[in-house]
Design a binder for this molecule. Structure first.
Ligand code: SAM
Length: 258
């Protein structure tokens, strides 16, 4: 087997049952426009191709690409885009206005910036099934008043429905990571439950609030939000960032947009 590269977060899946469970959760249909992030040596790619015959992928490691093209060549049509997914624009992959379905056993070292990068392209994404470090999935799914609730939770939940699926032990990978993993299904809201009139301002407020999560919200947002606004919105200025719901952050930003 090729030497796994740590700098590319390479932990290759080898457990057949786990692979089957991931593919079953993704449930690809033949006409879906599927994209895999980080196909590696093809643990998910090959079974996906067997089902849907056509797949595109984004992979940074140039040395893996010829190996994967070789092993997939009699199975289906695989197009690999070599590059860094953190700066990858998915829009050119859209054909006939069909939204993309994205899957990946993601490199843990880039998972949070990657999720933020994907949140900027949800206009063309139908859904995403990702394997991530368990703790990152738990943060995405966390409700308010919870230690794991943070900027990632608010921003992901603002844009998507989050379904935390199942835990995968380190023994499913070679080499074994030090942490447990979890599968998550992210489905962009067709209609957002709460709409920020200015999404950049909303994102700035959330970043400011959680930048100093131990401070009261009055202190961390003192340059932006007056006591009057907290009062109008029925938010205690003495609460902390983790006590405010997604709706509270949307309401705060909308109040400042008026
Ligand atoms: N899908 C394979 C599997 O399940 O065995 C490999 C998963 S491995 C955790 C992550 C994969 O993402 C590797 O193939 C790695 O080279 C690739 N990768 C790492 N950083 C990347 C980046 N910035 N852009 C695109 N691919 C990347």
């Amino acid at each position: 087997m090729t030497q796994a590269r740590k700098r590319f977060g390479q932990n290759f899946l080898h457990d057949g049952q786990v692979i089957a469970d991931i593919i079953a959760s993704f449930a690809p249909r033949e006409n879906d426009e599927c994209i895999e992030i980080g196909p590696g040596l093809g643990a998910l790619t090959i079974p996906l191709l067997k089902k849907i015959k056509y797949l595109q992928a984004v992979e940074i490691d140039r040395d893996l690409i010829p190996l994967l093209l070789q092993s997939s060549k009699n199975i289906g049509h695989l197009i690999i885009h070599q590059g860094d997914v953190l700066s990858f624009d998915f829009h050119p992959l859209v054909k006939n206005n069909k939204k993309l379905r994205i899957i990946g056993n993601l490199p843990y070292n880039i998972s949070t910036p990657l999720i933020f990068h994907l949140l900027t392209q949800l206009d063309i994404i139908e859904d995403m099934v990702f394997m991530l470090q368990q703790e990152v999935v738990d943060r995405m799914a966390a409700p308010p008043n919870n230690k794991q609730y943070g900027r990632l939770s608010v921003m992901v939940q603002y844009h998507c429905q989050v379904e935390s699926l199942f835990v995968i032990p380190p023994s499913a990978f070679t080499p074994q990571p030090k942490v447990y993993s979890k599968l998550v299904h992210l489905i962009p809201h067709l209609q957002k439950p709460f709409i920020a009139k200015d999404e950049k301002l909303f994102a700035d407020i959330v970043r400011e609030a959680f930048g100093q999560r131990r401070k009261t919200i009055r202190n961390s947002l003192k340059d932006l939000v007056s006591d009057d606004i907290f009062k109008q919105l029925n938010i205690s200025p003495l609460s902390r960032a983790e006590n405010l719901s997604v709706a509270d952050y949307v309401n705060l930003s909308n109040q400042l947009t008026l």
